[in-house]
Design a protein around this ligand. Sequence first.
Ligand code: ADP
Ligand code: GLC
Length: 471
Amino acid sequence: MEIIHVSAECYPVAKAGGLGDVVGALPKYQCKAGHIAKVVMPMYRTKFLYENEWTVDFKGHANLGNWFFDFTIIKEKNNKLGFDLFLVDINGLLDRQKIYGYDDDAERFTAFQIAILNWMNNWEHQPDIVHCHDHHTGLLPFMMKYCYDFGRLQQVPTVFTIHNGQYQGWMGWDKSRYIPRWDLWKRGMLDWADTINPLASAVKCASKITTVSWSYLDELRYNANGLEKLFDYERGKCMGILNGIDNEVWDPATDKYLEHHFTVKTVAAGKQKNKELLCERFGLDKDKPLFVFIGRLVGEKAADVLPEAIMSAIGNSQGQACFLVLGSGETQVEWQFQQMIDPYRGLFNAVIGYDEALSHLMYAGADFLLMPSRVEPCGLNQMYAMRYGTVPVVRSTGGLKDTVVDMGDKDGFGIRFNNATSGDIEYSIGRGIAVYKDKAQLEKMWKQMMQIDHSWESVVDAYIAVYESLR
Ligand code: ADP
Ligand code: GLC
């Protein structure tokens, strides 16, 4: 089958979070399973672009409202990622260093999608599936069905995967002029609450919707940033498929970012060596349990409650545990963490920013990973942590609920709590401190979690079955 993945992120080309990891891995494993999976994404000005070789695949032009633009689609020459990778270049819109966060994101991603459809419309054949990821690609199913210019693509089935339903790409109706000539009777397929809502439009127009865990799909019917009724209504065409992880990238035995490798047999010594490196670098006590947080410092991740939770855990346990935070996001939260570094020196440190290499060392060297997320569609951090023998401490929500079994339950290996409050987090940290002293229990938990199979190999078939059902 020929599957075209369209996404704003793809690791290692450009990644802001888990979406990048998924789109960098799923196509690779689909190719390994004998399919032809390809990825199309914007040509940002990232390191990967300059360090690799490219050929020009297509040159075209299109309109975004009254603005006429040229675009070029280039293809990576050497199949470096294990699948064909295409980048869409639009000068003035996509030639930026960052992925998101610009005032003209609506224009950038709409033009990106229009360019892709112009390109595919010119092919001699049609792909078997167009697989879109998140709202930046949410107008594709609508445009394929209802724009007169793309009639050749009308019958191509589309799958839309929701990695994050909180962001929906809202734009005012004045921007409807950007969409190439379309059937005006179909206005309702773009609209939600009087705005153009690309995520809602994709839910209405795509042939099939998937979310990245089973529990998240359930939750969307009650908590979907305004789209609850839509998810309830469309539940018949929605299904949950839990993400996998790329075991070639995330393997403590071979991880290219680690100096000290380990396996399930050598986990105790291996983790200790990585922990020593971390503790030395960040001035922490290597003999105390180390709790880390890695991620975007935003409300969804409940990063705002962490400063208080960490401070009271340090206070009430009389400094029995150490903490290290890596992330960036809301200015207020970044500032709070920075303010904590001095008063809690020796027990707490924080790195504000994005650091791929450090994140790997943290998964390897930490004892516990904190994820108090208010919303977590899947969560990859906890799966990486599990593979590296780091006990996940998570709120019972979405994918966290589907992947972490509390240590109090049969075959459990993690710590789960119900509320994203300082009290629940502090209590769970206390459970962590207690189990850290019980080496026999900890070893049992390592064995349990490190051997769980979350490989993409085990997930690929579920996606293929979805595609097959649409042919
Ligand atoms: P989300 O996509 O919602 O941010 P996920 O758990 O799915 O959450 O994936 C997050 C990914 O981004 C993981 O690979 C994690 O290691 C990585 N990550 C998040 N923040 C940082 C950071 N500051 N530095 C390095 N890696 C990060
Ligand atoms: C999103 C979600 C996260 C998920 C990731 C990959 O960013 O917030 O939970 O793991 O996408 O699907």
